[in-house]
Design a binder for this molecule. Structure first.
Ligand SMILES: Nc1ncnc2c1ncn2[C@@H]1O[C@H](COP(=O)(O)OP(=O)(O)OP(=O)(O)O)[C@@H](O)[C@H]1O
Ligand SMILES: O=P(O)(O)OC[C@H]1O[C@H](OP(=O)(O)OP(=O)(O)O)[C@H](O)[C@@H]1O
Ligand SMILES: O=C(O)c1cccnc1
Length: 495
């Protein structure tokens, strides 16, 4: 087990793109390595054409940053790397710098389970340029994936309207780490449990499951298989009824249910994993009810996602519990969230923060300059708008206008006097020291549920959701416009 042993016990400093290391080297050569910079992590569009996104992965980020160091084996590898001409890729002085480097950044971030929106920073890193730069790839790797899966899980659990969703994804997930991270994020997004036992141990997620067709097939008859399972688990009997004939399977489950009852035990339910789930669940419900098992649950699985669950609800299928694997843990219809990490300011040698802008041909890609935070306004407990503002900039009590970062004609008046508000970016590290206590996973999951309740249902519908207002505070908008115009002038002059 060399690979997994090495991967899960050492530092992850080399888990980055090569260009981060070459830039780090060049910053060091240019004497800029310790110049202070600020970077923001944000995405530009909700995944799944949805109207909301659930932030997840921060605890992994905390872990990563706490263990951020170049160990001997990392440095030995870098020492052996060769440039195209055969000379060492990196000078010894740089490798010495890396070996002594200790994480010393400030990080602010939204808490896991927070509902987040395009363009607003989910996380901000301030510190020595080299460290900020090296963190880009791992932070994106962690937050992009877990946020994506937590969002998918939230959509699926919303479609299930409060009924339990069991996550069954391990066998189809993207490798070992993808599976573990997906189980964690799926629970944060609202799943009730995972089938992944290691995720249970590592993260404290409830573990649950039924049984497979192989169990039934290993016996002469289905009835024998159910009986043997009931013997082993008299209090946890959920029988998979579709191995041979679903209706006959339900009848066999009822027979064993009656036997269990005679022993003072109860049939917990059945699982249907193929065929028309609306038709068979309704047939099964009728049979179970007629036989005196109205409380026996009907679990359904088979390539389910939020759309199928919604459709089955519309069809009035009698399903009480949803088993969802592949389409959840692989984020089947959108396999990546496109969050990015952009420099937005740098400290001059005189100690003054200089806001930075990237002017792109696509206005969508123009970043938001400066050091900012995000404030969420609430009215009567409902979220009404998010404002991105320059840190330290007070908002006039007479109100301000927030301006959409992509379409400046879309504006919303904010009257702080009428609203409650919350700062979304919380301090996580100060000068490399952790100042945040990561909540337990149950609290994070609850946060997702509580946060979702604060948003109008029009933002949560699966198709064509209503767009929630997120805008730049007026001063930040003007700063951004000025910088864009200035950058364009410089570009014009040089042409
Ligand atoms: N009533 C329904 N309405 C919409 N989709 C359904 C309904 N019932 C089942 N489905 C979905 O249709 C798809 C096909 O299911 P079906 O069992 O017919 O084929 P299958 O997946 O090839 O079966 P198996 O998994 O046994 O090989 C699955 O994604 C299933 O969840
Ligand atoms: O469909 P998912 O959402 O991924 O849920 C997990 C699936 O895994 C199991 O079967 P598997 O796919 O291994 O075989 P089967 O479809 O032939 O039963 C289970 O019976 C589910 O169908
Ligand atoms: O426990 C189950 O029923 C289960 C677990 C993994 C995949 N499919 C089903």
């Amino acid at each position: 087990m060399k690979i997994t042993k090495d991967l899960y016990t050492g530092s992850l400093a080399l888990l980055t793109d090569f260009y981060q290391l070459t830039m780090a080297y060049a910053y060091w050569k240019a004497g800029k390595g310790d110049q202070e910079a600020v970077f923001n992590l944000f995405f530009r569009k909700h995944p799944f054409n949805g109207g909301f996104t659930v932030a997840a992965g921060l605890e992994y980020v905390v872990d990563y940053c706490r263990n951020f160091r170049f160990e001997k084996k990392d440095l030995d590898y870098l020492k052996e790397m060769k440039a195209p001409d055969g000379s060492p890729q990196f000078e010894k002085g740089f490798l010495d710098y890396l070996s002594e480097m200790r994480f010393s950044c400030d990080i602010e971030a939204v808490e896991e389970g927070t509902i987040v929106f395009p363009n607003a920073p989910m996380l901000r890193v301030k510190g020595p340029l080299i460290q900020c730069q090296l963190l880009e790839t791992p932070l994106l790797n962690i937050l992009n994936f877990q946020t994506l899966i937590a969002t998918k899980a939230a959509r699926i659990t919303l479609a299930a309207k409060g009924e339990p969703v069991l996550e069954f994804g391990l066998r189809r997930a993207q490798g070992i780490d993808g599976a573990l991270a997906a189980s964690r994020a799926a629970f944060i997004g609202g799943c009730t449990s995972t089938s992944n036992v290691m995720a249970g141990r590592l993260f404290g997620i409830p573990v649950s499951g039924t049984h497979a067709h192989s169990w039934i097939m290993s016996f002469e008859t289905e009835l024998e298989a159910f009986e043997a399972y009931a013997d082993a688990f008299p209090d946890q009997s959920v029988f998979l009824v579709d191995t041979y004939d679903t209706i006959q399977g339900v009848k066999n489950a009822i027979k064993v249910g009656e036997k269990l009852r005679s022993m003072g035990k109860e049939l917990i339910g059945i699982r249907i994993d193929s065929g028309d789930l609306a038709y068979f669940s309704n047939q099964a419900r009728e049979l179970l009810d007629q036989a005196g098992f109205p409380n026996a649950k009907i679990v359904a699985s088979n390539d389910l996602d939020e759309y199928l669950i919604s459709s089955l609800k519309t069809q009035e299928a009698s399903i009480n519990v949803w088993g969802v694997g592949t389409k959840l843990v692989t984020a089947f219809d959108q396999p990546a969230l496109g969050a990015v990490y952009k420099l937005s300011g740098i400290k001059s040698p005189e100690g003054e923060w200089i806001p930075k802008i990237k002017v792109s041909q696509q206005s969508l890609k123009i970043n938001i300059p400066g050091i900012h935070n995000v404030r969420r306004y609430y009215s009567a407990g409902k979220a009404v708008a998010d404002m991105i503002y320059l840190e330290g900039q007070e908002v006039d009590s007479k109100g301000t206008v927030i301006i959409d970062p992509i379409d400046a004609t879309r504006r919303k008046r904010i009257m702080p006097a009428f609203y409650q508000s919350e700062e979304l970016l919380k301090p996580i590290f100060e000068k490399g020291k952790k100042v945040y206590k990561c909540p337990d996973i149950q609290s994070i999951r609850k946060r997702t549920q509580d946060q979702l309740k604060t948003f109008d249902k029009t933002h949560k519908r699966l198709v064509n959701p209503h767009v929630y207002p997120v805008g730049l505070e007026e001063n930040l908008h003007h700063l951004r416009m000025d910088l864009v115009l200035k950058a364009k002038e410089i570009e014009d002059e040089s042409n």
